[in-house]
Design a protein around this ligand. Sequence first.
Ligand SMILES: Cc1cc2nc3c(=O)[nH]c(=O)nc-3n(C[C@H](O)[C@H](O)[C@H](O)COP(=O)(O)OP(=O)(O)OC[C@H]3O[C@@H](n4cnc5c(N)ncnc54)[C@H](O)[C@@H]3O)c2cc1C
Length: 400
Amino acid sequence: MDFGLSEKELALKEEIRRFAQAELPADWRRTTLIDWECPDFEFEMSISRKLAQKGWLVMSWPEEYGGRGASVMEQTIYEMELAYWGIPGAWMGISGTQWVGPCLMLFGTEQQRRQHLPLIASGDKDGVWCTCYSEPNAGSDFANLQTRAVRDGDDYVINGQKVWTSAAHRSRWCWLAARTDPNAAKKHRGISIFIVDMTSPGVTVNPILNYYGRHHFNEVFFDNVRVPASDLVGEENKGWYHLMQALVFERRSMAPTTYGGFKRLLEELVEYATHTEHQGQPLSQNPAVRARLADLAVELEVLKMFAFQLAWCISQGQIPAYESSRNKIASDEAMKRMALIGAELLGIYSQVDPDSEWAKLRGAIQGAYLGFPGHAIAAGTAEIEKSIMAQFKLGLPKSY
Ligand SMILES: Cc1cc2nc3c(=O)[nH]c(=O)nc-3n(C[C@H](O)[C@H](O)[C@H](O)COP(=O)(O)OP(=O)(O)OC[C@H]3O[C@@H](n4cnc5c(N)ncnc54)[C@H](O)[C@@H]3O)c2cc1C
């Protein structure tokens, strides 16, 4: 079996390497798991626009919407390389590029596509979206969401509260799940999706600092926010089914980015083990260290294959629910092991802040260690992903 890349795919890898070398400062410190958002928002958006100009940001979209009709495989390779080189610019707009855009292509109206897809594809601030699903009493039990959307003439009126909304403070648009039928026989049947302009009167965004003191999340309040009925996405009360598709899209990109970022980190750990001595001999001579690094290499190789297989499933027109949940869990597990093994290797240095003169590997292990628990929760916890796999792969009955 030939898992090699085509000439076109190899050329893409090389072009991205050159882009990274040309665009990033020589002392560029890659974003880590706890710094998804580049500290310099303007720089992140300037790179985002350059990625768009290269035709990379949404490369697998059709040309008429700002993409270049690339294969999902090329998209996957692009994501791996972006993460490998630590190129910023793609994270901020991830809701738009990874799931809002693809969902609008599937079940949006032509007007919604014409208005939003080119904007997302431009990499501009006005094309940045956030995703408002979670609420204080609706996380894993997502169907329990209470935010209401009530039809009033040509508008819907939205009231409710969302929480843990990544990047809401940077977003111009929101992909919102709200309840349109509170009396539906089953609670997941009365949900709809809306496009909400974040500058609408009645939208309030409050920061939530995460457990390492960074502003990544927000809570978002909707107080009588009027949304034109033309901004309902897909069918009213069928939002649950649309959202399942959106979550498959969201989970798809996790394996490529984890693989790319951690491949680089593994290379750095190997380098560190080669040049660091412990009790008079290089760490790289220690059998336990060698075994752990080899374990990581195997795990990353598996993750790469999972990423390629998922890309292939999507290219065949499948909706790979099982595979995307499997990849999500595999990514989370790889992150966790990378962080734990990295911390073992660096010892006390793994706790040092990236800005310290004592930091090793520019604080990447500290970032991975602090960041992996959050990643394992975002977009679905392991318990929820395993439940999906049990249903779709093993044929076990749906759990409630
Ligand atoms: C980094 C990060 C970014 C995020 N970004 C966003 C965002 O942009 N937009 C957004 O809407 N949300 C976002 N979230 C929220 C995220 O989607 C939720 O945190 C997640 O779905 C879990 O919900 P919860 O926090 O309410 O936990 P809960 O659902 O209360 O779960 C608590 C624990 O109980 C377990 N559990 C719950 N139900 C079951 C069950 N049926 N079977 C077995 N175990 C169960 C869970 O696995 C978990 O361990 C983000 C979260 C993180 C950490």
